[in-house]
Structure formats: C-alpha cells, structure tokens
Design a protein around this ligand. Structure first.
Ligand code: BEZ
Ligand code: FE
Length: 287
C-alpha cells in the first residue's frame, strides 16, 4: 500500500476543469491533460528529467524579448506551427498554399513604391521579384497588399543585426497596381540557420539536427473580400529544400530565380543586366 504508485489522477484533473464557462477552453484543457498524462505514463520521466524539462521551458521563456520569440521557434522546430497552419488552410484548388509565419515578422514593414528595392544595404546578387495577385477564378486584384520580409544575403534579418542593417531592411509593404501586378527589387536570399544561441539551438544540437532553412522570401498577401495568405517563395535549387529545420517547404512554393539577360527588361526594372528574376502569381480565396 505504502509503495503503490498512484497514477490514476487524470479524470480528477479533467473534472477540475468541468466548471470552465468557455466550452472550447474546457475542451482544450481536458484534452491537454489527457495527452500530457499519457505522455508521462508512457515515458515515466525521473524527477531529475522532469526538473530538466521545467528548466528547459523556463529558459525558453526567459530567452523571449521584443525581437526574439523562442517559444515560436520551439513550436516551429517541433513541426507544430506547420501542423496548425495546415489544419487551418481551408483553401480551394489553385489557391496559393500557406506556410509558417516565423518569428521575424515583428515589425511593421515600411510602405514602398512598386519597383522599389527592399535591400537597403546592397548585399548579394540583385534580383527582381514580380507577378500578379489574383482571385481564385483568375480575376486580378488591384489594390491587393503584399507584406514582404526576408533575410539579407548573409542570412540575417534587420532585427538580428541592428548594428549592421537599418530598421526595415529586407522589408516592404507593396500595393498591387490596377491590374493586380506587383514588383520589387531585392538581393537573392540565402539559406540561413534559425537562431541557435538559446534553448531551441541546444535542443537541435543534442538531437543531431541541423538548424538551416532553405533560401526564401516571406509574404502576407491580402485583398478586400479574400482570405489573406501567409506564405513564402523558396529559391529553386537552394540547399535544405529537402530538410527545412521548420518543415515549411511545399513544392508549389519553390520558384525559379531565373538568370535573365534582357537589357530592356533590366532598364524597365532599374537593375543592372544580367539579373535574377522570380515571377509568380499569388492566388487568394474569396471569402
Ligand atoms: C523564418 O523563416 O523567418 C523562420 C521561420 C521559423 C523559424 C525561424 C525563422
Ligand atoms: Fe525567414
């Protein structure tokens, strides 16, 4: 009797939430309790292991600041961000697929004219990104807004290196023209490691996982009467397309950044010839 282990407390904990007024909160807490208890029963952590786990979560919280979101990073490397994203993507065929928001969309992107550059420091190889924003039936969406952000050619976002990059570097808010067209200039993005100088980096190190993401540009596209989409385009041929540290690659989002030798197009875009050019359509679902 004295040495018997009492492990049947799950129902009591679930019942303790029975008076939760919000039915969804009651459901979530009940399910969390059952799954967490099942995990503990299955793995039987020692006290030292549980203290280690609590220490890890504490350190994760302590690593969060206004410009560093270690909990989002943890959700990303565990594949939970992508799972939630995919479960919420109720979109029809032909509509641009979504992918993770990531932790670096934390500042308002500066509004820029179509054709402007978001590369304020001039790193890396020049490229042009252009295309159209369309509704699912192919109708152009004039006035659609594109919020764009990317790391510089060395793989860092402005907020990670405020001493090297001015605020807003690699970011832009663009409004599509009256035919739904957009275009901007930037540098060809590079693959980069997610931040590894915190608890999530230690987790990756301890499990032999690499921290890298394939080269990409982030977008949130929105237009009146349509469901906004949070997505990326990935650079075709980039390393890590097959092993993204945050499981966010979708085939339909991989785009050619084609070598382009066309002096008159280069003049039109205001870049030196030859240049790299990514062209694609963003297709939104009507509400
Ligand atoms: C990003 O692409 O900005 C990102 C996404 C998930 C984790 C870290 C970075
Ligand atoms: Fe990114």
């Amino acid at each position: 009797m004295g040495t018997e282990r009492t492990t049947d407390i799950t129902d009591a904990v679930v019942d303790s939430f029975a008076r939760t007024a919000d039915p969804r909160l009651r459901e979530l807490l009940g399910s969390l309790t059952r799954h967490l208890h099942a995990f503990v029963r299955e793995t039987e952590p020692t006290m030292a292991e549980w203290e280690h786990a609590m220490g890890f979560l504490t350190a994760t919280g302590q690593r969060c600041t206004g410009t560093r979101q270690e909990f989002i990073l943890l959700s990303d490397v565990l594949g939970v961000s992508m799972l939630v994203e995919n479960l919420n993507a109720h979109r029809g065929p032909g509509v641009t697929e979504s992918t993770v928001l990531g932790p670096f969309h934390m500042t308002a992107s500066p509004a820029r004219e179509l054709g402007a550059t978001i590369d304020l420091v001039g790193t890396g190889e020049q490229c042009v990104v252009s295309g159209r924003v369309l509704s699912r039936d192919g109708t152009p969406l004039p006035g659609a807004v594109l919020d764009v952000w990317q790391a510089d050619a060395e793989g860092f976002y402005d907020v990670q290196r405020p001493d090297v990059q001015p605020p807003g570097n690699g970011r832009g808010l663009f409004t599509a023209d009256d035919e739904g067209r957009f275009r901007f200039r930037t540098c060809v993005p590079s693959p980069y490691p997610i931040p590894v100088d915190g608890p999530v980096g230690r987790l990756l190190g301890a499990t032999g996982r690499h921290p890298n993401r394939p080269a990409h540009i982030h977008f949130i596209a929105s237009a009146a009467g349509h469901t906004p989409v949070t997505t990326h385009i990935f650079v075709a041929g980039s390393p890590y397309l097959g092993s993204d540290a945050v499981f966010a690659v979708k085939e339909s989002l991989v785009k050619d950044f084609a070598e382009t030798d066309d002096p008159s197009l280069a003049r039109e875009f205001g870049v030196a010839n030859p240049f790299r050019h990514a062209r694609f359509e963003l297709v939104l679902e009507p509400e």
